[in-house]
Design a protein around this ligand. Structure first.
Ligand SMILES: Cc1cc2nc3c(=O)[nH]c(=O)nc-3n(C[C@H](O)[C@H](O)[C@H](O)COP(=O)(O)OP(=O)(O)OC[C@H]3O[C@@H](n4cnc5c(N)ncnc54)[C@H](O)[C@@H]3O)c2cc1C
Length: 478
């Protein structure tokens, strides 16, 4: 019997797992995909929002502002990439100044510190690529950027070493109440648990409907992005949002924490929760909108495009807590933006509900620290020499775009909750994240996975399921 089963290993499930690992609880995370961070947490703008956007009084407003303040300590403890680069909401029309001041007031009501309205010239002094159309901007110095994979993986690894169990390729198919406990049906197994956390993202409506009559529906809303090579990296230092205009909500232009530029997203309602395709019109549309903010964008430096799916409900806020008719079942559902930012505060809110009910002892052995894989590319010459001397695998570069060594890839495979597929290695090391997008290093990485995990080459996948790279031995084609 588990004390808690968490359904979903996105940022919310993993942050909750880490919070629960501070207590003596037998906790299990069930994830239908082959790795953590395989849902919406892997495809978003990666902004740690300051917290001026959500309406005061909502959970989004409260938890965003609370969580923003937690990131410095969290990044230090868990060694994930995080930077407070600040954000600017650009205003393009003098007639919209009231809206900019309304946003500032909203932020202040949410408790966001140091908000300031800047003139167009002050903005251009900070950000030389910003267009002459910008008349003013709301500056939020506490806005930040993060690597969403690093964040989610770090939370999961730390939860795991502190005692939380993770099972992948484990899709929850049904849940039945069993007196005061629950039976969770996964693959061909029944798992008994005292409490459940529903952190299933786009599928949290389905999971909720297994136990409660208080139903809601998650509708996917597509957001498309273009990601630019690091050579485009000086186009923006802050995250550049747009004040909504008559033409719509606008898109952002932002540096990523790894030095790329990201542009997007649009917002298109779709029906299929698995449809991660991009569209020509969508990608063109976001570039056109972004050119309101910055003078030019080098189309030849786009290295990849992708889609993220927002988990929208008609409730227009996070749904966190136990439905009246399902005590012991805690929803962390409808976690749209700013869900990545809010995740540490959502986790505390969910943990409080659980400890109130189960009254567990504290885990005195809880270790808040997690060491990241040290990046060869970020090391000084002396550190590089030392790394190679200690481990010769650091002397072999596998991914030339991002300068990732064999040593880092081996560590990504062999650490807690290690990578088992190409995307898992990419998200832990950046091998394959550069300009060639794995074009050159895919075969080397496959060989390393094959040697280390004894996975046959034909069984190696990009991201589990049926994403095999080969469907036979290459020579069989001849
Ligand atoms: C376009 C876009 C831009 C965004 N930008 C930002 C931003 O800049 N800043 C910000 O703060 N937020 C942003 N967000 C929101 C943020 O990404 C999400 O709020 C957050 O990632 C949600 O995390 P989650 O853990 O709830 O969901 P997910 O990451 O989707 O995790 C849910 C997990 O549950 C698993 N699962 C589902 N069903 C089952 C089942 N039956 N059994 C087992 N496992 C299951 C899934 O496979 C998945 O891994 C953005 C979102 C989008 C789409």
């Amino acid at each position: 019997m588990y004390d808690v089963v968490i359904i979903g290993a996105g940022v919310v499930g993993c942050a909750t797992a880490r919070e629960l690992s501070k207590y003596k609880l037998k906790t299990l995370v069930l994830e239908k995909e082959s790795d953590v961070c395989s849902g919406t947490s892997k495809a978003n703008s990666a902004i740690i929002h300051a917290g001026f956007d959500a309406k005061p009084g909502t959970l989004k407003g409260k938890l965003n502002a609370e969580a923003n303040k937690m990131f410095d300590k969290l990044a230090e403890e868990l060694e994930f990439n995080f930077k407070r680069n600040g954000s600017l909401v650009l205003c393009f029309d003098e007639n919209d100044m009231d809206k900019l001041y309304d946003l500032k007031k909203r932020g202040e009501d949410n408790g966001v510190p140091n908000l300031k309205v800047l003139s167009g010239d002050e903005v251009r002094e900070m950000e030389p690529y910003v267009t002459d159309d910008v008349v003013a901007a709301l500056y939020a110095p506490t806005g930040g950027i993060v690597c969403p994979f690093n964040l989610t993986i770090a939370l999961a690894e730390n939860a795991n070493v502190n005692g939380v169990e993770f099972r992948f390729n484990s899709k929850v198919k049904d849940i039945k109440k069993d007196k005061s406990n629950f039976k969770v049906f996964v693959n061909d197994e029944e798992i008994d648990t005292r409490m459940i956390v529903n952190a299933a993202g786009l599928y949290s409506d389905v999971i909720n409907s297994f136990v409660s009559e208080d139903k809601f529906t998650i509708n996917p809303r597509r957001g498309e992005y273009n990601l630019f090579d690091k050579y485009a990296g000086d186009i923006a230092k802050c995250t550049l949002f747009q004040l909504p205009t008559k033409l719509g909500k606008g898109v952002l232009v932002s540096p990523t924490v790894d030095g790329n530029i990201i542009v997007g997203p649009n917002a298109v309602d779709i029906y299929d929760k698995e449809d991660l395709s991009t569209t020509r019109e969508g990608l063109d549309d976001i570039i056109e909108k972004a050119l309101l903010s910055v003078k030019s964008l080098p189309g030849n430096l786009i290295i990849t495009s992708f889609t993220g799916l927002r988990a929208r409900t008609d409730r227009d806020d996070f749904i966190i807590g136990e439905p009246k008719d399902a005590k012991g079942f805690v929803n962390a559902a409808s976690i749209e933006s700013p869900g990545l930012t809010s995740s540490p505060a959502i986790a505390i809110m969910v943990k409080d509900i659980i400890i109130e009910r189960l009254k567990p002892e504290e885990n005195k052995n809880f270790n808040p620290k997690r060491n990241a894989i040290k990046r060869f590319n970020d090391m000084s010459i002396e550190e590089k020499r030392e790394a190679i001397k200690n481990n010769h695998h650091y002397g072999t570069i596998v991914c030339r775009c991002e300068m990732v060594t064999e040593g880092e890839i081996l560590e990504a495979i062999n650490r807690p909750l290690g990578a088992t597929d190409l995307d898992g290695i990419k998200r832990r090391t950046r091998a394959g994240s550069g300009r060639c997008q794995c074009g050159f290093c895919v075969t080397r990485i496959m060989e390393i996975l094959n040697g280390e995990k004894k996975i046959p080459l034909s069984k190696i996948t990009k991201f589990g399921r049926r994403s095999n790279i080969l469907d036979g031995k290459p020579k069989e084609y001849l």
